[in-house]
Design a protein around this ligand. Structure first.
Ligand SMILES: [Zn+2]
Length: 665
């Protein structure tokens, strides 16, 4: 039975008096449920995750943050799918037990999500005890009701995909999904009666047009279903697979990994757990399963049929987004184009990665990743458009109003209307999961505010006219910080801080984007550039892994003139203090005396080779005229020289004592 839990919640602000929402798979006017349960796929940790997984997880995070800001009771689930032959093999290849192997991978994944600011409410692992127990209970229940039965299985199996295939479905004898070899399986097995539910599922999909989205995926699934469904083998014999959940009533078998995996969406929120019954009633059915299109069949056929067999309502929507390609090619280990998202996050900062992924990829369609495009987005959208807006507005308020937000006494400007339109566009797009469109809407306000500075030329104005312009610009920035809060983690906070609204950042609500929230008289607090400009020639070369691989090429580097060399301001220095940077385990923040009035702050990737306490008083050589860059939110005003030795990284230092600040020549 479907629990009674949908309630109409009119939102407070006048802007949303007649909103446009997606609910229950249908677009309805003026109502939305008061809970929002969103899931990513649980990822298969036989390898490190790549930028494609990162995209899905960031997209879900944006929706989770947006819905929380709208006051909806939100639950964001992600996790790992830990059973199956590939895990067993990957662990064996490293000489580890599956559990030890998995614990290591999960720790890495959690670090990645933490670095990217992923605000999940729960991280499920399918090796969790409570998940295991409930999957067994589900299997038992369906066996007792006759929806799972025992029979003989003859057919093909693709181990990498963990998929069973009929002879007729193979493409040139290989797996139709991945093109790899399949192996013949002939064993007594347990089957799930997909065939019994096929017509009911077709009828459901037809009656609920937004259950599967985008449209093209829905049509794919319908045509697959209309070809007829065979019952699905949902067990493997223990000789073939040890690393799985045992069939509760027959210890010679383990449960098919996909059966186990899809159940995570209900085990995580307390299905069949008497102590969490109210939690399950509150969050099920899920609002959105966000998945990649390659696992559509498992989520749009097998999973709904398991739910029907359990007499549970189906999730409101399964959204199969496109693939992220690397410069047009599918991401794959064999192509060697796997981009390590943790390296990228360390290099560019999480907000830049989050912004780029969401802005660059039209939701639902395939997108191309290139590092060049990422750097371009950072320089144009973030440094130039958004960052400069903040710098210019705070500089003018500092200059003309002694750092105090002026009172808006002159006639109003058009920015109020632009801000309202930007918010409406973002809101409509977010409600329909069109994330890239939402950012595009928000950037209309960024562009209008920048243009308003040029058009109004506050430096030529005085009195009330100038006060109005500056107030409206500051208020536009405050609203931008609100609207960007689902998309970014640090930048909105920094905008609030520079506007003198540091406390507001902690409890920001979507309705705070209402015009007029900025109080005149607020003291601003100017700061560093929000997103420093990057020199593409420098950063695109600066990938540590690439540099190591390019060792051979480097020998053949171009010769330089003495002039090029002397353009570098190399100076001796002494480390005054060193400390770890939260969230960046390879980096240390150093203060280095290079003979200037104040020590230089330099971020160095030496944490694996040096502990902070060993560094005080350590002599170093500093590149003093390197353009400042922000790493993990910490500004680095130079770099220290180091070289790889047999035991790791060594700082380069003068052999004799020299005065800090001596020029290296
Ligand atoms: Zn395959």
């Amino acid at each position: 039975m479907r629990p009674e839990r949908i309630r109409v919640v009119p939102r407070a602000s006048p802007l949303t008096a007649r909103p446009f929402f997606l609910q229950g798979g249908m677009i309805v006017d003026g109502e939305r449920s008061d809970t929002f349960y969103i899931t990513t796929p649980i990822y298969y940790p036989d390898n490190r995750l790549h930028i494609g997984h990162t995209y899905t997880t960031v997209a879900a995070d944006v929706l989770a943050r947006f819905n929380r800001m709208c006051g909806r009771d939100t639950f964001y689930l992600t996790g790992t799918d830990e059973h199956g032959q590939k895990i067993q093999q990957a662990a064996a290849a490293r000489g580890l037990s599956p559990q030890v192997f998995l614990d290591e991978m999960v720790e890495w994944i959690k670090t990645l999500w933490q670095q990217l600011g992923i605000s999940y409410d729960h991280f499920i692992r399918t090796t969790d005890e409570d998940h295991t127990v409930v999957v067994q209970a589900i299997f038992q229940e369906l066996y007792q009701s006759g929806d799972i039965y025992r029979s003989a299985y003859y057919g093909w199996y693709c181990t990498p995909c963990e998929s069973f295939w009929l002879e007729s479905k193979l493409v040139e004898g290989a797996c139709p999904d991945c093109g790899r070899d399949v192996s013949w399986v002939e064993e007594d097995a347990y089957f799930l009666r997909l065939s019994k539910y096929a017509d009911r599922l077709i009828a459901y999909i037809e009656a609920h047009p937004s259950f599967i989205q985008p449209e093209i995926r829905k049509n794919e699934m319908l045509s697959f279903l209309r070809q007829g469904l065979e019952d699905l083998c949902v067990s493997r014999r223990k000789e073939a697979l040890q690393w799985g959940i045992p069939v509760p009533f027959n210890s010679d078998y383990v449960i098919y990994v996909w059966f186990d995996a899809v159940c995570n969406y209900i085990t995580a929120i307390g299905y069949k757990d008497p102590e969490r019954a109210s939690m399950f009633a509150r969050y099920w059915p899920a609002e959105l399963h966000l998945i990649g299109k390659e696992i559509l069949r498992f989520h749009c056929i097998i999973w709904p049929i398991i739910l029907m067999a359990l007499d549970l309502p189906l999730p409101k929507q399964v959204f199969g987004h496109g693939w992220l390609t690397i410069g047009g090619e599918k991401i794959s280990k064999s192509r060697g184009n796997v981009v390590d998202p943790l390296v990228l996050a360390e290099k560019y900062g999480r907000d830049a990665i989050r912004y780029y992924l969401i802005r660059e990829i039209p939701f639902g369609a395939d997108g191309r990743y290139t590092e060049e495009a990422l750097v371009d987005r950072i320089n144009v959208d973030l440094a130039n458009d958004l960052g400069n807006l903040l710098s210019r507005v705070t500089a003018m308020i500092d200059r003309y109003d002694d750092g105090k937000i002026p009172a808006p006494t002159g006639p109003p400007t058009h920015l109020e209307g632009v801000a309202r339109a930007a918010r409406e566009k973002a809101e409509r797009a977010l409600d329909r999961y069109l994330l890239s469109d939402a950012l595009r809407g928000i950037w209309e306000l960024v562009a209008a505010a920048n243009k308003h500075i040029e058009d109004a030329a506050p430096w030529n104005l005085q009195g009330e006219a100038r006060d109005r312009v500056l107030y409206d610009l500051a208020e536009s920035l405050r609203i931008l910080a609100v609207l960007l809060s689902p998309f970014m983690v640090d930048a909105p906070r920094e905008i609030f801080r520079q506007l003198g609204l540091a406390e507001e950042a902690d409890a920001v609500q979507w309705e705070d984007a209402e015009w007029g929230g900025m109080l005149p008289g607020t003291m601003i607090d100017r700061g560093e550039p929000l997103f420093p400009r990057l020199d593409p020639d420098v950063v695109l070369q600066a990938n540590p892994d690439e540099i190591a691989e390019q060792g051979e090429e480097r020998k053949g580097m171009d010769m330089i003139d003495f002039e090029h060399f002397s353009a570098m301001d190399l100076r001796t220095g002494t480390v005054v203090s060193a400390e770890a940077i939260e969230g960046a385990d390879k980096l240390l923040k150093l203060l280095v005396d290079i003979g200037e009035d104040e020590p230089r702050q330099v971020v160095a990737g030496i944490a694996e080779a040096y502990s902070p306490q060993d560094l005080c008083g350590h002599p170093v050589i500093v590149v003093a005229n390197l353009k400042p860059a922000k790493l993990f939110g910490v500004e680095s005003q130079g770099m220290v020289l180091s070289a790889e030795g047999p035991e790791g990284l060594n700082l380069i230092a003068p052999v004799a004592d020299v005065t800090p600040g001596s020029k290296v020549k």
